[in-house]
Design a protein around this ligand. Structure first.
Ligand SMILES: Cc1cc2nc3c(=O)[nH]c(=O)nc-3n(C[C@H](O)[C@H](O)[C@H](O)COP(=O)(O)OP(=O)(O)OC[C@H]3O[C@@H](n4cnc5c(N)ncnc54)[C@H](O)[C@@H]3O)c2cc1C
Length: 417
């Protein structure tokens, strides 16, 4: 019964040609669930999927998005390399053709004009997604809702008890992030906090992103400043740590203050907003979904690239393929695991960062300095080829990586057991 249900399309394609009224009647007759699909969590993954479903028109399954926050705020900035998804390309507010990396002793400048580093402000993404959802007759978004218990399966549908009542759905996509204490086998935690500041007079170079500035070293962890110049007077300045434990914005606040002070060089400035995050790095977190009609997605379900924590483009690609499947009458899917070689490389790279944090700055500088930029960006954007993997591996120092292999293999085996 379970397998049969999983293979059923969410909306009967035969009925689609007849228009929404018939779809409604057919789904009501054949199913008792309130919705074809319930998306838990209306953040990047949930909204990315919902806004694409909205574009399906009458093919859109009856969908409910449940979000716990009361309102969307400009709480994050998404950056990525190269081409974005056609669904979000028009939301790009800034694109840079140059990035720099700096250590205590030297700096590397990279021309990435062929595949610029691009930024989408959180508020632009949320506004666009909410507009698409609002225009759809078949998608409802409930904000400020808490789950009273975990979804329960009754054999042919999922039941959800929430602070706003009970709902049932034929399938559930759960994008709620797992709490950090529930995540296992994380090799390093990437913690960051940043502030978007406006300075009283010009000080930033709007043409160049400071991707990683390691010049203020930390003994026990990898630590760097990231600066996105939004104009000559405005920038997002962030301080980031790769450490064995997650760090709060409070833990990072004095590092952020000194990073800002060194950038504004005595000028007066005001803080416009702040953002912070904690991302797991290391072992890929793609998890098996507990049931064919219960799919996990998002940052802690395999969306984040294990070696960088970047997830935005991966989420867009997942949403593109998921909505295509649904449009074709097939069930939705979770994130695809990365190719084996890539997983191995990422795992080994983060293992070395964990064991030898003092090597971090030089490893990153070398990668950008010695690898052909387009190759490196393909690799960072999950578009790498075997030749790209080989080229990347060839610029990394041999001994720290060889010494780390047995430890990395053991950790990987322990994680899989
Ligand atoms: C500040 C910040 C900056 C980032 N910058 C980048 C970047 O530049 N590039 C990049 O590629 N990645 C970046 N990331 C990583 C990643 O892209 C984001 O974390 C992204 O938002 C992950 O999407 P998601 O849907 O998995 O999680 P989220 O966007 O966090 O969405 C999860 C949603 O679930 C909701 N929720 C949680 N619990 C419940 C519940 N019980 N019931 C209902 N709803 C619930 C949350 O309120 C949230 O809206 C950044 C992350 C952060 C935090």
């Amino acid at each position: 019964m379970i397998a049969k249900l999983a293979s059923l399309p969410l909306v009967d394609p035969v009925s689609l040609a007849d228009g929404p009224a018939v779809v409604e009647r057919v789904t009501t007759l054949r199913r008792s669930a309130d919705y074809d699909l319930i998306i838990l969590g209306g953040g990047c993954a949930g909204l990315s999927l919902a806004m694409r479903l909205a574009s399906l028109g009458v093919k859109c399954p009856r969908t409910l998005v449940i979000e716990k926050l009361p309102e969307y705020t400009n709480d994050r900035t998404w950056c990525f390399w190269g081409k974005g998804s056609p669904q979000v390309n028009h939301l790009v507010s800034h694109a840079w053709q140059r990035v720099t990396l700096r250590s205590e002793s030297r700096s590397v400048e990279v021309d990435c004009g062929a595949t610029p580093y691009q930024m989408i402000p959180g508020q632009a993404f949320y506004a666009h997604a909410l507009q698409a959802i609002e225009a759809s007759q078949r998608i409802a978004l409930l904000k400020s809702v808490s789950m009273l218990s975990e979804p329960r399966n009754s054999g042919h549908e999922w039941h959800l008890e929430t602070s706003e009542g009970s709902y049932s759905g034929a399938a559930v996509i759960d994008t709620r992030p797992s709490h950090s204490s529930g995540l296992q086998n994380v090799l390093l935690w990437q913690s960051f906090c940043g502030s978007e500041i406006e300075c009283e007079s010009p000080v930033f170079d709007p043409t160049t992103v400071e991707l990683m500035d390691f010049s203020k070293t930390h003994k026990s962890r990898i630590h760097f400043t990231y600066l996105l110049p939004l104009s000559r007077t405005r920038a997002l300045v962030e301080t980031t740590a790769f450490a064995l434990v997650p760090l709060t914005a409070q833990d990072l606040s004095s590092d952020l203050s000194s990073a800002i002070a060194s950038r504004v060089q005595g000028r007066r400035f005001r803080s416009l907003r702040s953002e912070s995050g904690i991302l797991p790095m290391g072992t890929s977190l793609a998890r098996n979904s507990p049931h064919p009609t219960f799919i996990r997605a998002g940052l802690t379900a395999g969306a984040a690239r294990p070696s960088t924590g970047y997830a935005f483009q991966r989420i867009q690609r997942w949403a593109d393929s998921c909505v295509q499947l649904i449009a074709d009458g097939k069930p939705p899917i979770s994130h695809k695991p990365d190719p084996l070689v890539l997983r191995g490389l990422d795992h080994l790279f983060v293992s070395v960062l964990r064991s030898r944090p003092e090597l971090g700055p030089e490893l990153f500088l070398s990668l950008f300095e010695k690898t052909d930029t387009e190759r490196l960006i393909r690799f960072l954007s999950d578009q790498g080829t075997i030749a790209d993997y080989a080229a990347i591996a060839s610029v990394l120092p041999v001994f720290p990586f060889i010494r780390e292999i047995p430890k990395a293999v053991l950790r990987k085996a322990a994680a899989q057991s």
